[in-house]
Design a protein around this ligand. Structure first.
Ligand code: AMP
Length: 484
C-alpha cells in the first residue's frame, strides 16, 4: 500500500473535471442517434441527442440530407447550447444522424467532434461512431503509408479512410470489407444522400437499437432517446449486423460473426441511463436494483440508514435497502448545475472538491450508522471525500458498498478509464482501499454475484473486473494500446 500522501499526490484529480484529465488515448465514450424518413429529422435527432447527453458532453453534431446534398452543424459543448432554431434550420431534409462526444483533454478537440462528413469517389458520406477500435493505430499507420492524410486523432476517421480507399465496388461491399478489417467496439451510424446504415461490431460491445416514429426509422444508442421522440422500440441492431435503411425499407446483412458476444457490462453498472432498455430490451434501472439486492445478500451490515452516492448509486442503494429492510433516504444532495468545466474561485475560498457537487443532509445522518452505496471506485478520490463528508455530517459509522467488483483493468472498447496503475483496485487490496478512504467497512460486489444477476453472462465483457479481454488476450498488446 502506498502511503496516503503518495496516493493523494498520484490522484490529484478534481472529480468535476475527472474525465478531461485522463490519459492521452482515444476517447470514444459517445452516443449516436439517427432518423430516416421524417420531415423533422434534424429536430428529432436533436431531441435524441439531448436524451443521450450523459454519453458525451464534449461536443455534438448533426448531419442531415435533403436527398440532394448533406448538411452539417457541429460544435463543442452541450446539445442544447449548440443547436439554436436558426442552426437547426441549416440542417434540412428527412434524414439525419447525430453524435455526442465525451470530454477529452486538449484544445483542438473540435476536430474530433462528429459526425465526420466527407466527399469521396462514390459521393458524400457522414459517419457517427460509438466505441473504440483496438486496431486503429495499425490501420492508421498503414493508411498513412499509402498517402492518407488525417485531420483528427479520432479512430472513427480511420473507418472513413477504410471506406474511401477500399477496392471493393459499391458502398455496401466497401462497408462489408471495412467491417471485417476493423476490430474492437463499434456501433456506427452512416449516412449518404439517400440512405442511412447502422453497423454493430460482432461482439456487440456497445448498445444500438432501432425504433419507429410516425413511420420513420430511428436508430439510437439507448432507448431513452426513443422515449423523448415518441418512437417505439423495434429491435436491436444485432452484433455483426449491417442494417440498410432506404426507400425500399429496412434490409439486413450479416457480414461478421464472432464465436462470442461481449456486451459491455459497465453500461448496466454506470454508463447507460436507468430509464433505458439495452441489449435486447433489458431495463438498466431494474438491473441496478438487482445489483444492489445481490450486494446486500453478499455483504449485509447493521446500519440505520442506506443512502446512495447520487446519481450513479441510486438504483443499487434502493435495491440494497429493500433487500436488507433498512430505511433508504437521500443523505447527500447533488447540485445538478455543476458543469464539467466549473472553475473554482481563486485563493482563500478554493478547494471545494466534491462539496461543489454534493452536500450532506445533517438531520438525516446525525448519530447514525450510515451505509452508503456507489456503483464503482475508479481512483478512490471521490469515495474518500464522500466518506469524510458523511462523517462530518454527523454519522457515527460509515460503511461503503460498491455495486460492482473492483475495477482492475482499463477499458479498450469505449469506456473512459484511466491507465491500469491509476486504478486504485489494481494496485491495492480492499482492506488497503478501506483504510485509504477511511470507511469503517468497504465491500465490493463479487464477480460471481455480478454474473449471477445478469442473464446470459457468457454474452458480456467484464474485462475491467476480470482482465479477460475479448479481443486482445495478449498482455503486451493490451499495454501497447494503453500507451498510445
Ligand atoms: P474516483 O474518485 O476516481 O474513484 O471516481 C469514482 C466515481 O466515478 C464513481 O462515483 C463513479 O460513478 C464514477 N465513474 C465511474 N466510471 C466512470 C467513468 N468512466 N467516467 C466518469 N465517471 C465514472
Amino acid at each position: 500500500m502506498s502511503t496516503n500522501k503518495s496516493l493523494i499526490r498520484k490522484s490529484r484529480i478534481n472529480p468535476i473535471t475527472y474525465a478531461s484529465l485522463s490519459s492521452d488515448k482515444f476517447h470514444d465514450e459517445c452516443g449516436v442517434c439517427g432518423v430516416y424518413g421524417h420531415p423533422e429529422a434534424s429536430n428529432l435527432t436533436y431531441l435524441g441527442l439531448h436524451a443521450l447527453q450523459h454519453r458525451g458532453q464534449e461536443g455534438a453534431g448533426i448531419c442531415s440530407s435533403d436527398r440532394r446534398q448533406l448538411y452539417i452543424e457541429k460544435s463543442m459543448g452541450l446539445v442544447t447550447d449548440i443547436f439554436s432554431e436558426k442552426r437547426l434550420k441549416r440542417i434540412p431534409g428527412d434524414m439525419a444522424i447525430g453524435h455526442n462526444r465525451y470530454s477529452t483533454a486538449g484544445a483542438s478537440s473540435l476536430k474530433n467532434v462528429q459526425p465526420i462528413m466527407v466527399n469521396y469517389s462514390l459521393g458524400a458520406l457522414a459517419i457517427a461512431h460509438n466505441g473504440n477500435l483496438v486496431n486503429a493505430v495499425e490501420l492508421r499507420t498503414e493508411l498513412e503509408s499509402q498517402g492518407a492524410i488525417f485531420q483528427s486523432t479520432s479512430d472513427s476517421e480511420v473507418v472513413v479512410h477504410m471506406i474511401a480507399s477500399s477496392r471493393a465496388g459499391n458502398l455496401y461491399e466497401r462497408l462489408i470489407d471495412t467491417m471485417r478489417k476493423i476490430s474492437g467496439a463499434f456501433s456506427i451510424l452512416l449516412m449518404t444522400e439517400n440512405e442511412m446504415i447502422a453497423m454493430r461490431d460482432p461482439y456487440g460491445f456497445r448498445p444500438l437499437s432501432i425504433g419507429i416514429h410516425d413511420g420513420a426509422y430511428v436508430v439510437a444508442s439507448e432507448t431513452c432517446a426513443f422515449d423523448l421522440i415518441g418512437a417505439t422500440y423495434q429491435r436491436d441492431v444485432e452484433p455483426g449486423e449491417m442494417v440498410i435503411i432506404n426507400r425500399d425499407g429496412l434490409k439486413s446483412i450479416k457480414p461478421c460473426t464472432s464465436s462470442r458476444q461481449a456486451r459491455c457490462i459497465f453500461e448496466f453498472i454506470y454508463f447507460a441511463r436507468p430509464d433505458s432498455n439495452i441489449y435486447g430490451n433489458l431495463n438498466v434501472d431494474a438491473m441496478r436494483k438487482e445489483f444492489g439486492r445481490q450486494l446486500a445478500r453478499e455483504f449485509p451490515v447493521d446500519a440505520d440508514i442506506v443512502i446512495p452516492v447520487p446519481d450513479s448509486g441510486v438504483p443499487a442503494a434502493i435495491g440494497y435497502a429493500k433487500e436488507s429492510n433498512i430505511d433508504f433516504d437521500f443523505g447527500l444532495i447533488r447540485n445538478h448545475y455543476v458543469g464539467r468545466t466549473f472553475i473554482e474561485p481563486r485563493q482563500n475560498i478554493r478547494h471545494f472538491g466534491v462539496k461543489i457537487k454534493l452536500n450532506p443532509v445533517r438531520q438525516l445522518l446525525q448519530g447514525k450508522r450510515v451505509l452508503v452505496v456507489d456503483d464503482s471506485i475508479v481512483r478512490g478520490t471521490t469515495s474518500k471525500k464522500i466518506v469524510k463528508m458523511i462523517r462530518e455530517g454527523g454519522a457515527k459509522e460509515v460503511h461503503l458498498r460498491i455495486s460492482s467488483p473492483p475495477t482492475i483493468g482499463p477499458c479498450f472498447y469505449g469506456i473512459d478509464t484511466p491507465t491500469r496503475k491509476e486504478l486504485i483496485a489494481s494496485t491495492h487490496s480492499i482492506e488497503e482501499i478501506k483504510k485509504y478512504i477511511t470507511a469503517d467497512t468497504l465491500q465490493y460486489m463479487t464477480i460471481e454475484g455480478l454474473l449471477k444477476v445478469v442473464p446470459n453472462p457468457e454474452h458480456y465483457c467484464s474485462a475491467c473486473f476480470d482482465d479477460n479481454y475479448p479481443v486482445f488476450t495478449r498482455h503486451d498488446k493490451v499495454e501497447q494500446i494503453e500507451l498510445f
